[in-house]
Design a protein around this ligand. Structure first.
Ligand code: FRU
Length: 490
């Protein structure tokens, strides 16, 4: 009798389990050429790296539900060109005492054909104060495999007792013969954010060598996902502060991404910023960036979403996607310039329209995806609309105020920033089912915003708008269809 009950129960549980893991994802908002999870919840990019000539991207992943972040796993995908992504099995599960409530964010370095994944093990202690602790951990791939990972037997490699409870998101790089790691931290009773610098000679034993930079009180209570790299002879400290107070058009999102540019000395481990803190993107949904260097190019990718949004994609079976990978350079004013990586040209399809544009001219995008190139007079206002059923994004240039405004409607839908075209007025705008990314001609200003149009998306020039060029090009699917990818054993 007991056996029968047990069998029945097991059978029932199996059905429930398969019903929740092989969920179908509705295609209406699912990106065609931006990486999104096969099913479930995606947040930060992790472990961005190149192994055996393929890009690998891991990400914070909840395979069990698209409605909540759950307990973070590391999801995994790879690509030869940053656009055709293949989903791979989950790389790391929260299955150890030191990471049982989250395999949190981290990075990768590749050496001697081995992938070294550095991450934060999160352990919650409900009803205690503090209610969680975070330690740094290591995993490596099994020989010749890019899908099987083994956690280091002596984890955690950094305990950081004095830096608890917010001590996370290791970004590791090699310089000459040593390894360096930046970590996000909060101090003074969790009231101020900062970035700590660690050093190692063997990737296992780490010493704290400096506080790279810290909040002076205006930059929030916690700095997440730090990154630190050299660009044109300067050093960029890029991070995601929490708790920055909105100031006019600045810092309107729940959390921000921004950077300082400065000088760094590997002898003293001191970073001296030469700029103010600058926000990297002006859209509604851009967070937790990570970069890698490839053949002297610095490539950045970000989580194309924001915490606590409850977007309608959730009930559709997925939450979150990644931005278009962008190449970073530094201009003479020490501002970061972002351009879509040139590989994007490989996935463009037919030109749907070219030539000049006048008010009312419109194009409906096939499969809700495409590139819109605008060249206009610097002296004229401009309005471009992206219209779908139930959701429209309006992008305007206001010549008298020298501002770009992106309005996706709804509560808190407006984002705005200063921009004055230097030379020719050019915008490139990328649309993908539920994403819109605007790059000004020189890449000095970007907006990354999610919107959720049902049915087809039409691009239209607004009233009083005329352009010298209004070129629309289709972009095809590069991500294996969401339904197909569910065949992976997740
Ligand atoms: C940033 C972040 C990281 C953390 C991860 C958890 O979005 O909060 O600091 O490691 O997400 O999923």
């Amino acid at each position: 009798m007991t056996l029968i009950i047990c069998y029945t129960l097991c059978f029932f549980l199996t059905i429930v389990a398969s019903a929740t893991t092989a969920q179908e994802v509705n295609d209406r908002y699912y990106p065609r050429y931006h990486l999104a999870p096969p099913y479930g919840w995606m947040n930060d990019p992790n472990g961005f790296s190149i192994y055996k000539n393929e890009y690998h991207l891991f990400y914070q992943y909840n395979p069990n539900s698209s409605l909540t972040p759950g307990i973070a796993h590391w999801g995994h995908a790879k690509s030869v060109d940053l656009f055709h992504w293949k989903h791979l099995p989950i790389a790391m599960y929260p299955d150890q005492p030191y990471d049982k409530t989250g395999v949190f964010s981290g990075s990768a370095i590749i050496e001697d054909d081995t992938m070294y994944l550095f991450y934060t093990g999160n352990v919650n202690h409900p009803d205690e104060n503090p209610d969680h602790e975070q330690h740094q951990c290591l995993a490596t791939n099994e020989e010749h495999s890019d899908t099987a990972f083994v956690k280091y037997s002596e984890n955690p490699i950094i305990q950081g007792a004095e830096h608890q409870p917010n001590f996370r998101d290791p970004k590791v790089w090699k310089h000459e013969e040593a390894y360096y790691m930046v970590l996000g931290n909060s101090f003074q009773n969790n009231s101020l954010g900062r970035v700590l610098l660690y050093k190692s000679t063997d990737k296992i034993k780490w010493n704290e060598v400096s506080v790279l930079h810290e909040s002076n009180g205006t930059l929030g209570y916690m700095w997440e996902c730090p990154d630190f790299f050299e660009l044109n002879g300067y050093y960029v400290l890029l991070f995601s502060p929490q708790g920055v107070v909105p100031e006019g058009d600045k810092y309107r999102n729940l959390y921000q991404v921004g950077y300082f540019v400065g000088k760094f000395d590997y002898e003293t481990y001191k970073f001296v910023p030469l700029t103010e803190f600058v926000e990297l993107d002006h859209g509604n949904d851009f967070y937790a960036t990570q970069t890698i260097e490839k053949a002297k190019r610095r490539i950045l990718i970000a989580w194309f979403d924001m915490w606590e949004q409850n977007y309608p994609e959730g009930p559709d079976g997925f939450t979150g996607c990644m931005t278009i990978p962008r190449e970073l350079t530094l201009n003479k004013k020490l501002k970061l310039i972002q351009k879509p990586v040139s590989e994007l040209n490989l996935i463009k399809g037919r030109v749907l329209r070219g030539g000049r544009g006048n008010k009312g001219d419109s194009v409906t995008l096939p499969d809700k995806a495409g590139e819109v190139l605008i060249e206009a007079q610097r002296e004229d206002d401009l309005e471009v609309l992206f219209e779908g059923a139930n959701s429209t994004v309006i992008v305007t240039y206001d010549v008298s105020n020298e501002t770009i405004t992106l309005n996706r409607g709804g509560n808190d839908g407006i984002r705005r920033t200063q921009w004055r075209p230097r030379g020719k007025f050019t915008w490139k705008i990328y649309v993908d089912a539920s994403t819109i990314e605007l790059f000004t001609g020189d890449g000095e200003v970007t907006f990354s915003t999610r919107f959720f149009p049902d049915g087809p998306i039409t691009v239209r020039l607004g009233n009083n708008s005329k352009t010298q060029k209004f070129k629309v090009t289709e972009i095809g699917r590069t991500i294996i269809n969401a339904q197909t990818t569910n065949n992976y054993n997740i």
